[in-house]
Design a protein around this ligand. Structure first.
Ligand code: SF4
Ligand code: SF4
Length: 447
């Protein structure tokens, strides 16, 4: 019964959503840059292996690097051109990464020149999963986990429900919103592909109530006997996080350290699902993605379809930004990361570029950090009921092991709610990132 359905979760925060600059702007394709940089590692897992040589001519959509094992993906040429070189290049992920540099043929066609049609209905779940790996699709919400791995239900688990995350709860971001308005057909085809792959009976698309036009657009395309339904959810951050969405929609708990399949669920982002629907029936690879470019520092904010590998410098020129990388954030203000250089490329995980002004940036970074006053605001904000204040106390004493063993540090998915509400300006989430990295290193040393 509709009135008994849960629409939200306990805790979380309500930051201003700042989506009005781009949420009504249709997706526009950006021109090709003269040179594209395709890092072999844009995802969680082993880097891809190049299958091209310097000087080789390739056409748009042609595979140029193959997956290196199961937890890996291939890459495809985002434009027709010539392989210029393969060398270490800077990326937004941090260390230099081996990358394929493609010189784009002047006037190259925007049409995809590679692939062939196929009937998904004739394919087995295993064939579909293998085809998803061949397409190079990863979680486009930013996590970067290979989608074919997420479609593989672990042995001993069963998935009865697929949840599609259409919340887009991060402020400023509007790519998923536009996908739900402009690519409904691809989205529905993609969700049917997912249902078949994981063997689930139903899919529920969770969408926040600040996107009622998208809810309406999708419902209008679903037949009454469809296994897919839409659930309207409250606008609250981080509504779209996997465990939160599962709790809100299904009232199921994923155990600490467990996977959604432990609760009989699989969760996918709407942009990822839509790309499955767009690419798989045509045997094509992921070569471009929609990126929201927004913020007060941009003259032409919008949702742009950008060839993967396009240097950020080129992107920013196209939207009328002439400043440095200092004010740029890849992703949203809550979970995004700052950019060290404009020479890094747009990769599969870049959902947004947020350009702040100096003033906005100063507002985000407190001038001074004060001691914890034990106000409990961070505890009340944490959506998974951790104790961020206690975790920070342990971090200050470098008791990183205790943070995990006694206070479930690894369950923290770095949503930033605790830092957002802290009146003392303590960058709690940064402490947690450092602690996790140290624990990871220690584990690797022991192994
Ligand atoms: S960053 Fe981690 S500890 Fe802080 S609110 Fe989010 S999940 Fe909780
Ligand atoms: S919100 Fe900040 S000041 Fe308040 S208890 Fe948490 S860490 Fe301490």
């Amino acid at each position: 019964m509709q009135f008994l359905r849960r629409k939200t979760f306990a805790h979380g925060v309500h930051p201003p959503d700042n989506k009005e600059n781009t949420n009504t702007k249709s997706v526009r394709r950006m021109a090709f840059a003269p040179e594209l940089i395709i890092p072999l590692s844009q995802h969680f897992g082993a880097p891809a292996v190049p299958t091209v040589y310097e000087g080789q001519e390739v056409v748009r959509g042609e595979p140029i690097a193959k997956a290196n094992g199961f937890i890996s993906i291939p890459h495809h040429a985002p434009a027709t051109g010539t392989i210029d070189r393969i060398e270490l290049m800077q990326t937004a992920r941090g260390p230099k990464t081996e990358s394929i540099i493609l010189k784009v043929t002047p006037g190259a066609s925007q049409n995809v020149l590679y692939g062939s049609t196929r009937e998904i209905a004739d394919m087995t779940p295993q064939e579909i999963i293998s085809a998803v790996q061949d397409s190079g699709i990863i979680g486009l919400g930013g996590a970067g986990f290979p989608t074919h791995v997420k479609l593989t239900v672990p042995k001993g688990h069963t998935v009865d429900t697929v949840l599609i995350n259409g919340c887009e709860c991060e402020p400023y971001l509007t790519t998923d919103h536009r996908v739900m308005l402009e690519s409904v057909r691809d989205l529905i085809v993609g969700i049917r592909i997912i249902l078949k792959s994981v063997g689930a009976e139903r899919a529920i698309i969770g969408i926040e109530e600040n996107k009622r036009d998208a809810i309406k657009a999708i419902r209008a395309r679903l037949s009454p006997d469809e296994a897919i339904t839409v659930r309207e959810l409250k606008t609250k951050y981080p509504q779209g996080a996997e465990k939160i969405l599962i709790k809100t929609i299904l009232n199921r708990e994923v155990p600490s350290g467990g996977y959604p399949s432990s609760a009989g669920v699989a969760v996918y982002n709407v942009s990822t699902s839509s790309q499955l629907g767009a690419l798989l029936p045509y045997n094509q690879g992921l070569i471009e993605r929609i990126v929201t470019i927004t913020g007060p520092g941009v003259k032409k904010p919008g949702n742009y379809l950008i060839a993967l590998g396009t240097p950020l410098r080129f992107v920013m020129e196209q939207v009328g930004y002439t400043g440095s990388a200092n004010h740029l954030i890849l992703g949203g203000p809550m979970m995004g990361t700052s950019v060290a250089s404009l020479d890094v490329p747009v990769t599969k995980t870049v959902s947004a570029v947020l350009v702040l002004t100096e003033q906005e940036e100063a507002e985000q970074i407190p001038e001074k950090v004060y001691p914890c006053i034990k106000c409990g605001a961070c505890v009340r904000a944490c959506p998974i009921h951790l104790n961020p204040s206690q975790l920070t106390l342990l971090a200050s004493k470098r008791r990183y092991g205790d943070m995990q063993e006694k206070f479930h540090l690894n369950d923290c998915f770095e949503c930033g709610c605790c830092s957002y509400v802290c009146p003392s300006g303590i960058p709690l989430v940064q402490y947690f990132r450092i602690a996790k990295a140290v624990n990871r290193e220690n584990r690797e040393r022991i192994a």
